[in-house]
Design a protein around this ligand. Sequence first.
Ligand code: SF4
Length: 230
Amino acid sequence: MTEKKDPQCAMCGINVMEKICFFESGRGPASCPTLGFEDLIQEARKEYEKPEVREFARLASVQEGECYLDRDRQPFVIHCSKTRIQEICEFGHKIGAKKLGLVFCVGLAQEARIAHEIFAAQGFEVASVLCKVGRVPKEDALGVKDGEKIFIGTDESACNPIVQAKVLNRVKTELNVLLGLCVGHDSLFFKYADAYTTVLAVKDRVTGHNPLAALYTSHMYHMYLKQPGF
Ligand code: SF4
């Protein structure tokens, strides 16, 4: 078997109107996964044949389309209309979810309350679980050293994304919404949650939870990000 090149879509220099992933007549570079991973494309198509997966994916696509205005206008010009929280509410209703799970970081407790209120106003039951649930000490449970804690010299509870997931699994949420969990804690939540999870916002302590701000300014004020090892 020949070794596949790692896909490099993020570095693909082909114009959108000429990409093979958009048009049958298009093209892709040597690393193109549309051209080099045909077996996986077929495998994924089989997954979409499962009724539950197919319906979920179909509704995600329908929701995606509905986030643009005036799609019947020619020529079509992109005009977006929906905030992320509106999109989540609409998608939750589309998939028939009655109960949402909200997992959040203590640092975004105010935002979590507002999100909860909005979800409730839109007719959902909401089960929410804070990151420190369970009050598990960082030292005991995880072997974190005192100098590795945020508040050195204190008893510090670890974030507990596995419990967050397990509590929501037990109360049978139908769609989970992640709000501001730390990098890695979010990964564990995704791994242990039974229901599908979507993201309202990710945490970025410096940019007001807008991590792309650092990318937008990486040509100047965040240029150090491109220095190896910072
Ligand atoms: S799938 Fe191929 S053509 Fe499309 S972005 Fe990736 S490398 Fe480019």
